[in-house]
Design a binder for this molecule. Structure first.
Ligand code: HEC
Length: 137
């Protein structure tokens, strides 16, 4: 009667291993890349609190500490340049641009999901006006 017991041990070990793997995957989510799926309205709240002093409420920027000034986010041509894609914005918000005075917000308690919302909000400054607004002129 040795075999059934051994099998049970093996089965138990397999279950335990899969639970541990599932847990490990959960606790270390893969880094977010590609276009942001954030919600602009949620990003606006954090933006008003933490970002307006340097980036201005209308996203126009032009504020210079050291190094580069804050960019003009209303410039649709600049913002559609692949150089300034969401991966770039995400990296700036997450890791900062220390030389220019841009803060590494991930180290200031801003969560990855909030960073996605902030990216979505930053995009609204260069977004084309809504069709309804255009139709009015
Ligand atoms: C102390 C001033 C300051 C504050 C506060 C600040 N930033 Fe910045 N930010 C900068 C500067 C300066 C740059 C330009 C960095 C560079 O290009 O070297 C920048 C760049 C960026 C960029 C890259 C933009 C681009 O189009 O090139 C993003 C995105 C950004 N900031 C988001 C934010 C968000 C979101 C917040 C609030 C959570 C924030 N910043 C708060 C100073 C600031």
């Amino acid at each position: 009667m040795k075999r059934p017991g051994t099998l049970r041990h093996v089965a138990f070990a397999l279950v335990l291993a899969s639970v541990l793997v599932a847990f490990a995957v959960r606790s270390a989510p893969p880094a977010i890349t590609g276009p942001s799926k954030g919600v602009a309205a949620a990003g606006k709240k954090i933006f008003s609190l933490k970002c307006v002093p340097c980036h201005k409420a209308d996203g126009s920027g032009g504020f210079k500490l050291t190094g580069n000034p804050t960019p003009d986010w209303r410039d649709a041509k600049r913002m559609s340049d692949p150089k300034y894609n969401d991966d770039y914005l995400r990296d700036c918000i997450t890791n900062g641009k220390i030389k220019s005075g841009m803060v590494a917000w991930s180290k200031q308690g801003v969560k990855p999901a909030e960073i996605e919302n902030l990216i979505a909000y930053v995009r609204t400054f260069s977004a084309p006006k809504s069709p309804a607004k255009n139709a009015k002129k």
